[in-house]
Design a protein around this ligand. Structure first.
Ligand code: ZN
Length: 299
């Protein structure tokens, strides 16, 4: 079975009162696994977080704003962070990529224990001018899908069903990944019953993607029989980082005079981007005050 292509598809139905978004993310989650060298339970957690952030990017923001999801649980992965724009560019990392835990009795990876069941989920939206709005609720299970649904209800007051899945091969590589968000918008109350059942009826989303279902087909399967069902392709989600040499230099300058003196004593500095693992190296000269030629955006 060839791998389903990564795609974001949106759909509405029920006189526009129900909104659904599906993301297939197998390739980008596999790229993230290779980039960060994650062990299986960390691959699953970061893959779910990346996929969830793509879903939130469709549900909560418009271009050019960005959205950031932080899962701050008490599990061994530490913080799990992902951010995305509304066009499908996403990046993410977790503090401890090399975590191994026993499987659950069901044979599934124990993402809830790896993230931790106690802690917070924080979502922030950042406008192009840098203004940011953040909102935080308690984690429910650490499984990420439930936590995001709880966030959407408690913070945004939008009843939502969220399902996320990452299926790994025996080797640890990603066989299938994706997610789905179904939301009842104001006025859609008469459609409320049965929404959760429709999502449940799909079965494990990663297995369905592994069977060859694309994002549009997933949406058609759960909502295709509803009145006014319409779907449209948003585009291809991609791993993409916004870091740059100039931004990394700005971060180093924030260390202040004493920090810069220590850098001078070391003969220079090195900064690694958490999101993409890119390494930026600076000589002492390059960290002297004043803009540098390479701070300017490239044409
Ligand atoms: Zn980066």
């Amino acid at each position: 079975m060839p791998t389903v292509q990564d795609q974001i598809v949106r759909a509405t139905c029920g006189a526009g009162n129900l909104r659904a978004i599906a993301v297939t993310s197998t390739r980008l989650v596999e790229r993230s696994r290779r980039r960060h060298g994650t062990y299986p339970v960390a691959t699953a957690a970061l893959g779910r977080a990346l996929t969830a952030t793509l879903l939130l990017g469709q549900a909560l923001i418009k271009p050019p704003d960005r959205i950031t999801l932080r899962l701050l649980g008490d599990g061994p992965l530490g913080a799990v962070v992902a951010d995305a724009d509304a066009l499908g560019k996403v990046r993410g990392y977790l503090q401890q990529p090399k975590v191994a835990l026993p499987l659950k009795d069901s044979g599934k990876l124990d993402v809830g224990r790896a993230v931790g069941r106690n802690g917070r989920i924080a979502v922030s939206r950042t406008a192009q001018d840098g203004r940011s709005y953040a909102s935080t609720v308690a984690l429910v299970s650490g499984e990420i899908g439930e936590d995001v649904a709880s966030y959407l209800w408690r913070s945004e007051q939008v009843p939502s069903a969220v399902t996320l899945g990452v299926l790994l091969r025996r080797s640890g590589s990603v066989q299938a990944a994706g997610g789905l968000l179904l939301q009842m918008l104001p006025g859609g109350e008469r459609y409320a019953s049965g929404l959760e059942e429709r999502v449940q009826g799909l079965g494990a989303i990663s297995l369905r993607i592994a069977e060859g279902l694309g994002a549009g087909e997933l949406l058609a399967e759960i909502l295709g029989d509803m009145e006014d069902f319409q779907s449209s392709v948003v585009g291809t989600p991609r791993l993409s980082c916004t870091c740059s040499r100039a931004r990394a230099r700005q971060a180093l300058l924030l260390l202040g005079p004493q920090g810069l003196q220590e850098i001078a004593a070391d003969g220079g500095a090195e900064l690694v981007c958490h999101f993409c693992e890119k390494v930026y190296r600076y000589t002492v000269d390059e960290l002297q005050d004043g803009p540098k030629a390479d701070d300017l955006p490239s044409p």
